[in-house]
Write a protein that binds this ligand. Sequence first.
Ligand SMILES: C[S@@+](CC[C@H](N)C(=O)[O-])C[C@H]1O[C@@H](n2cnc3c(N)ncnc32)[C@H](O)[C@@H]1O
Length: 250
Amino acid sequence: MDWDARNYDRLSDPHVRWGAAVLERLDLAGDETVLDAGCGTGRVTEQLLSRLPRGSVVALDASPAMLGEARARFSRLPGGERVSFVEADLLELTPEYLEGRGRLDAVFSTATFHWVADHERLFANLRSVLRDGGQFVAQCGGEGNIAGVLAAVKRLGAERAGTWLYAPAWETAKRLERAGFGEVRCWCHPDPVSFPDRGALADFLQTVCLREHLGTLEPPERRRFAQRVAEEMPEPVIDYVRLNIVARAI
Ligand SMILES: C[S@@+](CC[C@H](N)C(=O)[O-])C[C@H]1O[C@@H](n2cnc3c(N)ncnc32)[C@H](O)[C@@H]1O
């Protein structure tokens, strides 16, 4: 089931806040070419573009719905012509996808890698599109991420369906080194997100955390299941844990 990109755009304030903090870790002169790997609707990409007044962004995502929203956003935005779009699965990414753009100066990514189960291949693919010395700055869900949501789903007698990997920092660091990165720093930090009430929590769960699971249910069941999970949680708070990555292509 594809993303509900309209609702994601409306509900992704936590992602925009995380993105702003991660973006500060990119060391940019302003004229680089940077890949946003898993750009979604482009709210964080827009912040990245503002750091590149003479540079450009390659906005990549596998979701046609997300890319549609992102294209619409940048068609309205001054400087939006400095963003180009690639519809691709990160697990299939090769330098050929970026034909004509050369090797990139940096790879940036937020809230995406945990949706990709094979991090060995993911990091090798991202290394292949980076120039030597290029920066790799990213954040995604890490070990222990949203354990409270998964526990609530279990208490309702289900296992959350879908593909995800909430990797530990130490294992991620080893994978990055094996993929050709140096100066590797990886760490996890808790970053809980509070919602005003259980209705708002259910909206968010439906659009983000339970999206793949709900795709396995009949349409009339989907909202009801998200609401039951929201009611089952001790409070309207999602216990996010973020895995941070800073590295350099060697
Ligand atoms: C939660 S959104 C994050 C979007 C944006 N970076 C942000 O912070 O708002 C995750 C995005 O990753 C994309 N994604 C997940 N797996 C992917 C894959 N294997 N290849 C490319 N994009 C992928 C999804 O389509 C989605 O747009």
